[in-house]
Design a protein around this ligand. Structure first.
Ligand SMILES: N[C@@H]1[C@@H](O)[C@H](O)[C@@H](COP(=O)(O)O)O[C@@H]1O
Length: 269
């Protein structure tokens, strides 16, 4: 697992966006199949999305041949609700780029048969040839997508009940009122994320420091579901200094040394 520790969120976001754009362009050159990208919501990827929009506007990347799969969606709020993940994705990324609407996949939290929606989503991922690169964020309790502590590390897309921790953390988007936060969500499983060819997780801010410490310095544990990344063949964590605050000085120094190039040069797009 690679750990890239950037001085600040802006540098981290720039690097991630260039990395994604480079992968898209490499796939475009090969020309055999669309590039399949897994995407998160939340505040962590916003800087990356802004940088990707800039790269698109500068003509450095096109999303015409990209298929996306989002990680999760709340159950029971309309797609045009400002806090739905559908709304978030169009508002922060899709409406600013040239991705064809039919290439965007987001779980439907209002489907009449939610279990079928989850099974169909797994099938759609398979039909697309699997996910090439899954971007993700984490919750303060180390959850990935909505795979709350205790989730099966081989889980697939399914319905999950949100923990009180997550409801409180996400209430900041719902007028700080826990009662307004949906109690259930549809989410890809830890196994769905780990099946991607590559997984890149963005971790920023001090509130994620404890989770990062667990994931980097302790073992694989279902109570910190993102720790499963340790088992992935191509796992990368991009974090900022604040998120690294609970790591040992020696751990930080080690990863800063071995990732010197990635910390000082942007991937060529
Ligand atoms: N389901 C989402 C996760 O996919 C996301 O990673 C997490 C962190 O959000 P933020 O990036 O806003 O801290 O929030 C939610 O729980």
């Amino acid at each position: 697992m690679r750990i890239l520790i950037y001085n600040d969120y802006d540098h981290l976001s720039q690097w991630v966006a260039h990395y994604v754009a480079r992968k898209i362009n490499q796939a475009e050159k090969k020309g055999d199949k669309p590039f399949v990208l897994g995407l998160p919501t939340g505040s962590s990827p916003i800087g990356t999305y802004q940088e990707l929009v800039k790269l698109y506007q500068a003509g450095k990347v096109s999303f015409k041949n990209v298929i996306t799969f989002n990680m999760d969606e709340y159950v029971g709020i309309p797609e045009d609700h400002p806090q739905s993940y559908h709304f978030f994705m169009w508002d922060n990324l899709f409406k600013h780029i040239d991705i064809p609407k039919e290439n965007v996949n987001i779980l439907n939290g209002n489907a009449t048969d939610l279990e079928k929606e989850c099974c169909d989503y797994e099938q759609r991922i398979k039909d697309a040839g699997g996910i090439d690169l899954f971007l993700g964020g984490i919750g303060p309790d180390g959850h990935i997508a909505f795979n709350e502590p205790g989730s099966s590390l081989s889980s697939k897309t399914r319905i999950k009940t949100l923990t009180y921790d997550t409801i409180v953390a996400n209430s900041r988007f719902f007028d700080n009122d826990v009662n307004k936060v949906p109690k259930m969500a549809l989410t890809v499983g830890v196994g769905t994320v780990m099946a991607a060819h590559e997984v890149l997780i963005i971790v920023n801010g001090y509130k994620k420091a404890r989770a990062l410490q667990k994931v980097v310095e302790e073992g694989v544990n279902h109570m910190w579901t993102v720790s499963m990344l340790q088992m992935h063949r191509h796992g990368i964590i991009c974090c900022d200094e604040e998120a690294s605050m609970e790591l040992k000085v020696g751990t930080v120094k080690y990863f800063k040394d071995i990732e010197y190039d990635a910390l000082h040069n942007l991937p060529k797009v």
